[in-house]
Write a new protein. Structure first.
Lengths: 487, 459
């Protein structure tokens, strides 16, 4: 079958968990032809993945040169004006009233109508959004709203907001190719090509979320934008994500924890089907003997979101109990954050026992190096590092974020496959680590249970088989009836 | 947010949602986040990102972090911090006198090479010689404008390489054209040599100016200008200007070496095309009477050369004006609250800056023409070059906003019309040029007033 896989800022142009997952998926199903629509910055980025033969990649830059198209005239111009002004009434609002709920059904229907009308304009959409009139409409819309104290939108705010909308809506001008299925690898703008395929050909949509797109946008827009721009874009993205959930024929989150956000933002619970990430057991055989020195190891990208500070604080507490202990950190990343962490280790007097090892060719070495493998992140989806360490049969101590608790939860025989502690809590993390470092039998039992659990539930074959089933099911249902649009 | 942390167990049943945690219990920076939050979900996202999840929410008696966030949002006031200051990418860097001096210097650099023509005076006496030099000069402008446009679109090593390629490829090309022209009209090898040197100088000087080497370029020009101003014998003149040429070559080499792959695509060359076309058209408009004279339509007014030098010098202040307008436009975007107030503010700024430029140009033209001494038709030359200068500045301003089509179209229309009138009715070329200038300035001004008042132009 022909599958359109829509990615945003990941495969095949960037490293990271989501790209690993995409690569596993397309390699795991050589019987299907994949057309990857990669939404990127400029569309000219270098590829860091070499896709297999069953994959054709089409990069589309959200921020590159504007697609060519004539400014709509006559009926089309009026249709654009109506659609855009409706969009503004939905998004250019003031602060949400206390106790306000999510977008209601009428707003969702109106938003769907706006997207459809904009899709119908074709490439002319971008030219229409470059025009002066949308800026004026937005300024006028803002004057009719009650905005928070001290907020007075400027022309610059309006220009910025219209420009951000223009870039976000660009995927609507991509002509939708006919395929048996669209698989969007995140919510948000990646859903736009899927909606277009649905409108044009009735193509069913499978929506996979590893993190929560909207949640990440809330964090991203918290800084760097003025209030009116931030409020407008977040309203827009909230409506867009709700439309993604509403239009998906099946939603496959990467963990159960994500479902909280998805259901709250409009996903129907009966359409949710969790599919966990998987690893290749052949690449992660049992790690064998433990290191001689009691070692805590960590692997990943050095980044504030990984909260290595809590890990280092916890390690200082561990060292007070077990003076021989060492901490080894594997991975590259944010040099500034690394310096901050090194300074912290210095202050805590453990710098000589904390080693930044840099990137390693074989990530397995990072797990083998640890008596206990640590994960201290404040936010995660369903982390590969954790299930890889489990596959290697190492005991783990992780923070309770995202799908972590689901991954290390008790196995079929009720045995714990890893310890979970609250995030940003060095004492709890140290206590768990000390407990494991002092109890060889517990480590061995946990490592064995973890490996068994990983082989049972988190293999790449299982993940791919799940999607093979999902694809078959969606295509068997046949083309989706084209929904009437309520304007 | 003022409520004190109370354990859920001690609560009465009338508060089923639990109590709001004390500020000290919550992640750092949450108070500020609450003040500028747009909805409760933003608060939820921030809490979760700080590791404050469902489990923590349970401790305060909430079902989950969503309910806690909703409660925090409901009990706080939206009061986003005012943006302190906006970044103006066009704002002047450094003190006013320094910026002023820099643009003045650039103007002098545009004008000084004109003295080379004084040195080459004996050669210009030949009718054909002047024609070859003028035409090859006019052809240099599009090449240097195009090279500069591509160079400005690149950075670092790529920019250096573009400029180096501009000199290495542009000079032989222009020399070839000059040689062909010289042979066609039968001017001597000396003329051809000067035309080639002129092509090289303009491309090398473009490279030096793009790389910000104004002072060094001025130093390079010293030998040539000194011998000319001292009125030494022609052998010294040749020597002085040859020395200047060598210095400029050395400077260009020094500033463009160590370049890297320019990564120039056809799309980029296509984008530079309007700038090149504009250079050619501007040259044609300014030298209209000079070229017409070689075509046998009567000698140009004697003040024309002096006016050309004055206009060249005025291009320095013109560049200053372009950035000043962009800076004011950007500031207005931040301070205007309606499209109408922005439009009127932008148009006022435009009128103000254009008026200042015309005043400077008028002073320069008056001085240059005055120094050259009273001649016939100097008044008309003054008005004509004042209008042409104004038109060129308005066109450059539009180009700096990416509006390249209209200036090129209008300039091309004006030049074609002038040529057509001259060839069909054969009136005085000076009068044709003046009428062309009036119409061109009016048309560009009308277009600019409309376009520059739009906010999207200043994006």
């Amino acid at each position: 079958m022909n599958v359109t896989l829509v990615t945003e800022g990941t495969y095949p142009h960037a490293f990271g968990g989501v790209s690993v997952w995409c690569d596993q998926l397309v390699r795991g199903m050589p019987e299907h032809a994949f057309r990857v629509v990669a939404l990127t910055g400029t569309g000219l980025e270098r590829r860091v993945w070499d896709p297999p033969e069953n994959v054709a990649v089409e990069a589309f830059g959200l921020w590159g040169p504007a697609p060519r198209g004539r400014k709509p005239r006559g009926v089309a111009a009026r249709s654009f004006a109506d659609a855009f002004r409706t969009l503004l009434t939905l998004t250019a609002t003031g602060a949400e009233a206390p106790g306000g709920g999510g977008p209601d059904a009428a707003a969702s229907a109106a938003f769907a109508g706006v997207l459809r009308a904009m899709y119908d304009l074709g490439p002319g959409l971008v030219a229409a959004l470059h025009d002066e009139r949308p800026v004026g409409w937005l300024m006028r819309e803002w004057t009719t709203r009650v905005l928070p104290e001290g907020v007075r939108p400027s022309m610059h705010d309006a220009l910025m907001a219209v420009s951000l909308l223009e870039h976000a809506l660009r995927p609507l001008v991509l002509p939708p190719a006919e395929a048996d299925l669209t698989h969007a690898v995140s919510n948000g703008v990646a859903v736009l090509p899927a909606l277009a395929a649905k409108w044009a050909h009735g193509t069913p949509l499978c929506l996979t979320e590893h993190g929560i797109y909207l949640r990440e946008r809330y964090l991203g827009y918290a800084r760097g934008h003025t209030w009116p721009v931030k409020a407008l874009m977040l309203r827009f993205l909230r409506l867009l994500c709700a439309e993604g959930y509403r239009s998906a024929d099946l939603i496959t989150p990467g963990n159960r924890y994500n479902q909280r956000w998805e259901v709250r933002c409009g996903a129907r619970p009966e359409l949710l089907r969790t599919v966990y990430n998987g690893v290749d057991p052949a690449a992660f055989p049992p790690s064998g003997p433990e290191p001689v020195v009691p070692t805590l190891s960590w692997a990943g990208r050095i980044d504030p979101i990984k909260d290595l500070e809590t890990l280092i604080r916890a390690f200082a507490l561990v060292r007070a109990e077990i003076p021989a202990a060492v901490l080894r950190l594997f991975g590259g990343g944010d040099a500034g954050y690394r310096r901050k962490c090194e300074a912290l280790a210095e202050r805590l007097g453990v710098a000589d026992a904390v080693a930044f090892e840099g990137r390693v060719d074989d990530i397995r070495d990072a797990y083998t190096a640890g008596t206990v493998v640590m994960l201290s992140s404040i936010s995660e989806g369903f982390p590969y590092t954790l299930i890889e360490a489990m596959t290697c049969g190492r005991p783990t101590v992780s923070t309770d974020v995202g799908g972590v608790a689901e991954a290390v939860g008790p196995d079929s025989r009720g045995r714990e496959c890893g310890l979970v502690v609250p995030p940003r809590d060095p004492e709890a993390m140290a206590e768990a680590a000390v407990g494991l470092l002092r109890d060889r039998a517990a480590r061995r039992a946990m490592g064995a249970a973890a490996r068994r659990r990983a082989l049972e539930d988190f293999t790449v074959d299982q993940a791919v088989a799940s999607f093979r089933g999902v694809y078959r099911e969606l295509v068997a249902r046949g083309p989706v009836a084209r929904e009437p649009v309520v304007a | 947010m003022t409520e004190v942390l109370t354990l859920h167990d001690e609560l009465g049943d009338d508060l089923p949602d639990g109590l709001v945690p004390d500020e000290t219990e919550l992640p750092d920076g949450l108070t500020g986040l609450l003040a500028s939050a747009v909805d409760p979900l933003e608060v939820t996202a921030a809490l979760e990102a700080e590791g404050f999840g469902d489990r923590a929410a349970h401790r305060y008696g909430f079902d989950d972090v969503f309910t806690l966030a909703q409660r925090l949002y409901d009990t706080s006031v939206r009061r986003p911090p005012r943006p302190i200051a906006f970044d103006n990418p066009w704002a002047r860097q450094g003190p006013l006198w320094k910026t002023g001096l820099r643009y003045l210097l650039r103007g002098v650099l545009f004008g000084l090479p004109g003295l080379g023509y004084v040195a080459a005076g004996p050669l210009l006496a030949h009718r054909s010689g002047g024609l070859v030099l003028t035409l090859s000069l006019v052809l240099c402008w599009p090449v240097s404008q195009g090279v500069a446009a591509v160079a400005y679109s690149r950075e670092g090593g790529a920019r250096k390489r573009v400029l180096a390629l501009g000199i290495v490829l542009g000079t032989p090309l222009l020399a070839l054209v000059a040689t062909a022209l010289g042979l066609a009209v039968g001017s001597g090898p000396a003329i051809i040599a000067v035309a080639c040197a002129q092509s090289f100088y303009l491309l090398a000087a473009t490279a030096a100016l793009v790389m910000g080497a104004e002072l060094r370029l001025l130093a390079c020009l010293l030998p040539g200008t000194a011998v000319t101003l001292a009125g030494l014998a022609w052998q010294f003149q040749v020597f002085g200007w040859a020395l200047t040429g060598l210095c400029v070559a050395a400077l260009a080499h020094e500033r463009t070496r160590g370049g890297s792959d320019p990564g120039v695509s056809w799309i980029m060359l296509g984008r530079a095309a309007p700038y090149a076309a504009f250079g050619l058209l501007a040259g044609g408009l300014l030298t209209f009477t000079i070229v017409a004279a070689y075509g046998g339509y009567g000698a140009p007014a004697p003040a024309t050369s002096a006016a050309m030098v004055a206009l060249s010098i005025a291009m320095g202040p013109a560049e200053w004006l372009l950035t000043a307008f962009r800076a004011r436009g950007h500031g207005l975007l931040h301070t205007s609250r309606t499209p109408r107030s922005f439009a009127s503010g932008a148009r006022t700024a435009f009128g103000d800056l254009l008026a200042r430029f015309l005043l400077v140009l008028a002073l320069l033209l008056g001085t240059a023409i005055g120094v050259a001494g009273p001649t016939s038709g100097e008044g008309r030359v003054f008005v004509c070059f004042l209008l042409l200068g104004g038109a060129l500045v308005v066109a450059l301003m539009l180009q700096s906003f990416g509006r390249t089509a209209a200036p090129v179209g209008l300039c091309a229309g004006a030049l074609l019309a002038e040529t057509a009138v001259l060839m069909t009715a054969a009136p005085d070329p000076g009068a044709v040029q003046l009428h062309g200038a009036v119409l061109l300035f009016a048309a560009l001004l009308a277009y600019a007033v409309v376009v520059l008042g739009r906010a999207t132009t200043h994006r």
